[in-house]
Design a protein around this ligand. Structure first.
Ligand code: ATP
Ligand code: MG
Length: 601
């Protein structure tokens, strides 16, 4: 492609809308343009990158026997009602764009495709002889993200590869999952990204085991906890660890103390003279179930620890059937306005005890009793301090089943944090890093096949539900993450395998006939040899052309400049900035060699 004929517009200044380097650079170098909130146009250079990423994904999927297909983006509500996800996806989390057609039929724009694929499997898979099956597609997904940001990182319309497997049993599923794990590692390695596979929460998708593939970068929205020995890595939402040991309690007898102005653990500990590890902190949450019921929850946890809200939401979903619901769809710490809707009288916030009375609750569609949960860290405490259910008062020297009944529901909802000891080896401590979630693989099990009646006949002639897995890669997010991991002050440094072009032939001065002639010839030869080349034949100063080439991040720049007199051109590697004088007729073979080794490396 000739730059003189291309829609090629670069910006010298950072656009105000961009916050992180990769977003700024993709805008400045003319890869993307914002059309609306979380909605972007992929311009010709970007589209080439996305095609390259897609091709790597396609090759790795095909290599493990997955079959490519294309599923509809417009999906009937009935399918989502069958799985029980219509309300959660259109209302509570509201991630699905929903619409009505002219016949008043409800439809959603696909944020993910479990329902559609399970519908197909129900129709087409009958016998164990057809198993296993894995289908995948590379397609635009729609999600009405509450906070679209960072360009392609969190869009409302983005490209995903999603795959779904149907297996005869759990063991067979684990085999497919294992193959996917390998394929995902290959995809990221081949795309030139440094990454880490981590244990992950399964979230609203459901299922058991799941792992995320994280690209480590400061701008990542996820926190990863890991150990130096490489044996443990997990998303903080899922991470487990050993809490620090609790200190000996200084209290020997139970008493109520006046502790004015001590609503936080810190102020209270300073006032009564104890360690936060000797405090039972009682945190109030408000949950809404899928069927609309609100439940108030008191979580008692050791004072130095924090609640992991993802784990808490999972626990409450586990208990949902006791309240007539299926899932906890929203979980918040209720602020003053939220409390007004159900509180019969002002709560003693900051001084709540595990046994706070149920008569604080009064409202319709609100469960009349608190759900009381106790985290494992608080169970073994003796002579602890806690609130007195009265503003300005605490109790000390308390014990479970003496002054306070130990809640029936003992849970692990503690947030693991940096510096905690690891479970697999207490000598290892957790380290923390930021990560961008690029891929997510799940062992789903039978959640969707049971809900939608997708069964097959096994070898014993019994009709049993299909066992499923699902596997997603954010193709557009991956492309931007590559930039986030690889840039310098002058611009993007694309990994060779996913660069929009391999080389750019720059003519310093288009009024110099020899420079033009050699450049034109090289440009032809490179393309003929399968080396994707750009030709900068614009009537611009050499300095402008060099700046643009750096900004756009093409791996190799070939300059038909001064060295022509010696029958050579200058070849500069973008990444190292190393410059080589290479004989004109050796350029193609040299580049071919460099590109091959970079792509395989
Ligand atoms: P996140 O936690 O970042 O919201 P998710 O867990 O909801 O992502 P999945 O449902 O696991 O995402 O989707 C599979 C992959 O699709 C993700 O690993 C990510 O790479 C990509 N992806 C998800 N949401 C977006 C988005 N809004 N914009 C771009 N890519 C996305
Ligand atoms: Mg995910």
């Amino acid at each position: 492609m000739r730059l003189s004929q291309m829609l090629f517009v670069t910006l010298r200044e950072d656009p105000a809308e961009a916050e992180i380097p990769s977003h700024k650079l993709l805008l400045r170098a003319g890869y993307i343009r914002r059309i609306g909130s979380g909605i972007y146009a992929y311009l010709p250079l970007m589209w080439r990158v996305l095609q390259k990423v897609s091709q790597i994904v396609r090759e790795e999927m095909n290599a493990i026997g997955a079959q490519e297909c294309l599923l509809p983006q417009v999906q009937p509500a009935e399918l989502w009602r069958e799985s029980g996800r219509w309300d959660t996806y259109t209302q509570a989390e509201g991630i699905m764009f929903a619409l009505k057609d002219r016949q008043e039929r409800e439809l959603g724009l696909g944020p993910t495709h479990e329902e559609v694929i399970t519908y197909i499997a129900r129709d087409m898979i009958r016998s164990y002889r057809q198993l296993p099956q894995t289908l995948y597609q590379i397609q635009t997904k729609f999600r009405d993200e509450i906070r679209p940001r960072f360009g392609l990182m969190r869009g409302r319309e983005f490209i995903m590869k999603d795959a779904y497997s149907f297996n005869a049993n759990e063991e067979d599923l684990r085999q497919t999952y294992h193959d996917m794990h390998r394929a995902y590692s290959n995809i990221l390695r081949r795309s030139g990204l440094a990454f880490r596979a981590v244990e992950a929460d399964s979230g609203a998708i459901g299922g058991s085991a799941s792992q995320e593939f994280m690209v480590l970068a400061e701008a990542g929205e996820d926190e990863v906890l890991y150990t130096e020995d490489g044996k443990y890595a997990a998303n903080v939402e899922k991470a487990v660890s050993l809490p620090p040991d609790a200190q000996q309690s200084p209290f020997t007898t139970y008493e109520k103390l006046e502790t004015p102005g001590t609503p936080t653990i810190e102020t209270m500990c300073a006032f009564v003279g104890c360690s936060p590890t000797q405090v039972v902190k009682n945190v109030l949450y408000q949950v809404v179930f899928d069927h609309g019921l609100t439940l108030l929850v008191i979580v008692s946890i050791r004072g130095d620890q924090d609640v992991n809200e993802v784990k808490l939401q999972n626990e409450i979903t586990r208990l949902a059937p006791q309240y007539g619901g299926k899932t906890a769809i929203a979980l918040i710490v209720p602020d003053a306005t939220a409390q007004q809707k159900w509180a019969a009288k002002p709560l003693p916030l900051g001084y709540i005890a595990p046994d706070i009375a149920d008569d604080y609750i009064r409202a319709e569609k609100v469960h009349p009793k608190f759900l009381r949960l106790v985290d494992k860290t608080a169970v073994d405490l003796q002579n602890f301090a806690t609130g007195a259910n009265e503003s300005g008062y605490h109790v000390v020297g308390a014990n479970w089943n003496e002054q306070f009944r130990l809640p029936e529901n003992i849970v692990d909802v503690r947030k693991a944090r940096i510096g905690d000891r690891a479970i697999h080896n207490p000598e290892q401590t957790l380290q923390s890093a930021r990560g961008i979630e690029i891929g997510h693989i799940f062992q789903l099990g039978t959640k969707y096949s049971v809900a939608m009646g997708a069964t097959y006949t096994n070898e014993q002639g019994e009709e049993v539900p299909l066992v499923m897995g699902c596997y997603g890669v954010g193709v557009s997010r991956l492309a931007q993450a590559a930039v986030e991991q690889s840039y310098d002050k002058d611009g993007i440094i694309w990994p060779v395998a996913i660069a929009p072009y391999h080389a750019i032939v720059t003519i310093p001065n288009i009024n110099n006939a020899q420079q033009v002639e050699v450049a034109e010839k090289l440009y032809q030869q490179l393309n003929n040899a399968g080396i994707e080349a750009l030709l900068d034949d614009r009537n611009e100063r050499a300095g402008v052309k060099f700046k643009d080439a750096d900004l756009v991040g093409i791996p190799y720049r070939i300059v038909t400049g001064r060295s022509l007199e010696a029958g050579k051109v200058e070849v500069v590697e973008r990444k190292s900035r190393n410059s080589h004088e290479i004989a004109i007729d050796a350029v193609v073979s040299t580049l071919q060699q460099w590109i091959n080794s970079a792509v395989q490396g």
